[in-house]
Write a protein that binds this ligand. Structure first.
Ligand code: PLP
Length: 410
């Protein structure tokens, strides 16, 4: 008997990540920490092998009054102070002047899912990159949507041709387009688009918009780990050129920004030329929020505001030390990968580097061979993800060459 609804896929989540994480843990117990490369974990870890919980974030968090943490948020769209501060933090620095609204969400996941759910009707098609965070596909499946993917890369840059062709096909079919661009610091390749690439994308959206509404879902989960923090929002200026038929939702996550994955706080920022269109989307988002999670933890929202205003200097200094660490780790790995011709997707910044293995059958064999050599990584479409966010610097030297030697035996 089937007790759940009919239109739902009941195959269990294939948790690749969890299975390999478990294997890596067992190997460390058996062979000792030093003998194992564990590049599976997707959260930020320090050099001692423990998760980073920034002092500048959690010391003030613990000082929040009990009553504040106990209370509901002021509104289903979030506290005013939080909504304003998210706008100041995410949109203001890039010079985007479009009409806007911020809705608090449980992490970036809440923002992404709410957008997909509120924009597309059942049976419609969502456009995704071919190499991507796995949850997008899961969300589409749960909402009974179809997906199509664009090839993310052509040589060492964004594949604009595939992007345009894929979007155009969907627009021709359904006269509406919702497309995910996970940028900057793409998960899992670490790519970030150039301003020129963004310019072209925006021009294309405007052309496409003549046929029907275009909604860009820009997932910026890792933006606060960009190497050039002073300019990483600049691309948002290009949104100012949107026609009346194009809108964006920027999905922001405090999980990475504050190393507070468990506090479930983030935001969806709606941007468009017309205040009325923004307001209409805000109404639907507010209802979706109320119908799904009701409201966001008050303490988490208050803490984001405190940390990014009154505690800003301490926080930025602490976060910078981890950006520097990511850079050191990635520099070692990529320099050596280049020297031994281990092919990686074009990494610029962020938590992950992905080895390019276009053939998924070969990738599977390679992944297993790595495990046989006590090197634990995560399989992604057309590649192998190396989580430099959790791999300590001392484990980086020699790793690329070891991987290349194993790959050459496959
Ligand atoms: C690309 C991307 N987007 C969004 C998220 C959402 O994270 P959270 O819901 O914890 O904010 C993640 C988390 O792994 C991610 O990798």
């Amino acid at each position: 008997m089937r007790f759940v609804k009919n239109k739902v896929n009941t195959t269990p989540i294939e948790d690749n990540v969890f299975a390999v994480v478990k294997l890596a843990k067992a190997a460390k117990e058996k062979y000792g920490e030093d003998q194992v490369i564990d590049a599976t974990i997707g959260s930020l870890y320090n050099e001692n092998g423990t998760i980073v919980a920034m002092d500048s974030v959690f010391t003030p968090y613990k000082q929040i009054k009990n009553e504040t943490m106990a209370a509901y948020a002021a509104s289903f769209t979030g506290n005013e102070s939080f909504r304003n501060q998210v706008y100041q933090w995410v949109i203001q620095p890039g010079g985007c002047t479009l009409a806007h609204s911020v809705i608090a969400t449980p992490g970036g996941t809440g923002a992404v899912n709410m957008t997909i759910e509120s924009v597309l009707d059942e049976g419609e098609t969502l456009v995704l990159p071919d190499i991507a965070w796995g949850s997008y596909q899961l969300m589409a499946g749960m909402l009974n949507l179809k997906t199509v993917t664009y090839d993310l890369f052509e040589d060492d840059h964004f594949n604009l041709t595939s992007f345009k062709e894929t979007c155009q096909k969907v627009m021709d079919q359904q006269q509406k387009l919702l497309v995910v661009i996970n940028d900057p610091c793409h998960n899992p390749t670490g790519y970030s688009l150039t301003i020129d690439e963004w310019e072209e994308i925006v021009q294309f959206f405007n052309a496409c918009g003549k046929q029907g509404p275009v909604i860009l879902l820009n997932d910026i989960a890792y933006i606060d780990y960009a190497y050039d923090l002073d300019h990483c929002h600049d691309y948002m200026q290009t949104f100012n050129q949107f026609s009346d038929h194009v809108m964006a939702v920027v999905a922001f996550s405090c999980s990475k920004t504050l190393t507070s994955y468990g506090l479930r706080c983030g935001a969806a920022i709606i941007l468009g030329q017309n205040a009325e269109d923004v307001r209409n989307m805000e109404i639907v988002f507010e209802k979706t929020a109320r119908a799904t999670w009701s409201n966001i933890p008050n303490g988490a929202m208050e803490n984001f505001v405190y940390v990014t205003t009154q505690n800003l200097d301490h926080y930025l200094k602490e976060k910078q030390s981890y950006i520097d660490l990511l850079k050191q780790r990635s520099d070692v790995f990529l320099t050596e990968a280049k020297a031994c011709q281990l092919d990686c997707y074009p990494y610029k910044e962020g938590f992950f580097i992905t080895l390019a293995i276009p053939d998924n059958a070969k990738r599977d064999r390679f992944h297993q061979a790595l495990i046989d050599h006590q090197i634990y990584t995560i399989k992604v479409n057309h590649g192998i993800r190396v989580g430099i966010c959790s791999l300590s610097l001392k484990k980086c030297p020699g790793l690329a060459k070891r991987m290349k030697d194993i790959l050459d035996t496959i």
